[in-house]
Design a protein around this ligand. Sequence first.
Ligand code: WTA
Length: 705
Amino acid sequence: MKTMWSPGKLWNKCRINMAAHRSRGAGFFRTLLSRCRTPGPGLCQQQHRCCLSSVPAPPTPPPGTWSHQLSRLSHRDLYRLSLTDPDRFWGSAAADRLRWVKPFERVRDCELSSGKISWFLGGKLNVSVNCLDVHVEKHPERVALIWERDEPGTEVKVTYRELLETTCRLANTLKSHGIQKGDRVAIYMPVSPLAVAAMLACARIGAVHTVVFAGFSSEALAGRIQDAQCKAVLTCNQGVRGGRLVHLKATVDAAVKTCPSVQHVFVSQRTEQPAVMGERDVSLEEVMSHHASVCPPEPLDSEDFLFLLYTSGSTGKPKGIVHTQAGYLLYTSLTHQYVFDYRDGDVFGCMADVGWITGHSYVVYGPLCNGATTVLFESTPVYPDPGRYWETVERLRITQFYGAPTALRLLLKYDESWVKKYDRSSLRTLGSVGEPINHEAWHWFHSVVGDGRCPLVDTWWQTETGGVCIAPRPAEEGAPIVPAMAMRPFFGIQPVLMGEEGEALSGDSVSGALCISQPWPGMARSIYGDHQRFIDAYFKPFPGHYFTGDGAYRSEDGYYQITGRMDDVINVSGHRLGTAEIEDALDEHPAVPETAVIGIPHDIKGEVPFAFVVLKEDVGDAPPVILQQLRDLVTTKIAKYAVPEHFLVVKRLPKTRSGKIMRRILRKVVMETTGDLGDVSTLDDPSVVKEIIEAHELYRKEKKK
Ligand code: WTA
């Protein structure tokens, strides 16, 4: 068995195999095509009782493929190999699973302490080729995307051939407007085939996309465009969500006023309403129709930038996390297959928006690299009613359903009949992401939605990790899944828990700062324009390790349980927000000298921001007027979801003698655990605590009225 893993042997073999595939030519593919299974109905083959049962072995893959090599090793051996010989493990995977224009010469060159991370050096490839062309060669009419539009029953299917053509037309459009390799392009679009084509068109020509969630305000969008110096923006006239119209073009118009780098705004028509077009605006559908549906792919270095995605940190402005070509693609495709037990013919349903990393990795890149049919969900879990998800599962015969705990917590409040009246027998794997899943939501998802028969994977990962790092699957056959726990590290992931002195904690039943001690191909490479911030944020706290910002507990069985953020990042409905960002927005109000924002638990959203506000003494307006102005400020500076749920006006904030706000005390006041305030010896004036407790008491009484 060992000899099979000799890298030289495998790589040679793989290249020969690829050459063989190519030389067989179109005839071979036509034969394949006639046998190709189009996605569609297919009963779940899992007839076991619940997630504790074993996962049935997937059909034997063809010899010479990575999966074939994998199927011969036990999961334990594979995991061990991924840590002890990462070059061999990742080298074989990359050579076999990706199509290269030029094979790579070296698997990796990484030094975590200096933030140097390079994978598959010397190799050249194109991500859009791996996500489109390779599948069009084999099964052009397979459905790549099912666009589940806002109105139920109006879904649109897009085949791999059609998606390639659209991508090429869009790529040619971008090129003809001066967009070149390395240029940054902002995408401010809701989930739609054109948004996916826009991402892939950038990948085709080597432009770097930065998708901005279409719920962000014009100022937030402008900040990202300015930071990335984007040359173009792609948007829609309007978005449609939950039956409501969102005026995207108007938001872009406001944003680009302060963005001189933007030369063109490409506008797609999602609704009938014509957009008001200005000088920089280009009608996307119209101009695309004049361009060819073929566009030669740009051969790109493994480490050329693929995309930037802005995310919140504990301090400062959102940071543009950089992901590159080969490592990211390989990691998303491998995790997509193994964590979710993806098989040919499945309909993969990830409910995330393309504006977040989950949408990038598990709506677009992972599934498309694996030739899957992937669902683009434009609507909300409660539109037109709380049965929407399950009606969609029945209609589209979804096999994997990947969603956020916040949506599950909302849905479980409704009657079970909203789930039960729809046929969910197509489901094989359930997944949860974005925030800790509580036991109630986990059990409801598992037993009501999954009828107790589908493995439910709680997947832990981050924008920075590129793909899932800790999840119950893959695992040995029959391995248990512990409810509400991420459990097992993925191949190549070596979690380490650190103690307060920066020491690695050994043994089980311990809690600490969650770090990862070996590089993996999917990890972020930098923060755009600020590599030092990248090093400081992730590699300085525990030298030689990647620090996640999360805390975790290793159970007595050696499984990982995420305990939450250790910094000032909060998670509102699965969306990451820095409390400092909200404070910055609030502090712009002239009547507000200072604020402190903390996250407090919320039974549906997970967490919500709670703002403590100090007002100037001589403010003209009444506090309620100012508070409304503060809400508006956060909406225009960031987004609606960032608006604090609570505002408490206080005279002073608790500070240390050196002037640092002690948020820990504010948390205790709100959680009413002031009996145990901990060490308050560093407080400048302890009487402030009493003041805040009293103000909070009053606030609570007012709220109850
Ligand atoms: C949190 C989302 C507990 C965590 C993919 C992390 C989770 C942050 C889980 C990243 C989970 C994500 N259990 N917490 N299964 N998944 N988180 O960058 O705090 O939007 O650091 O990536 O979400 O959020 P991000």
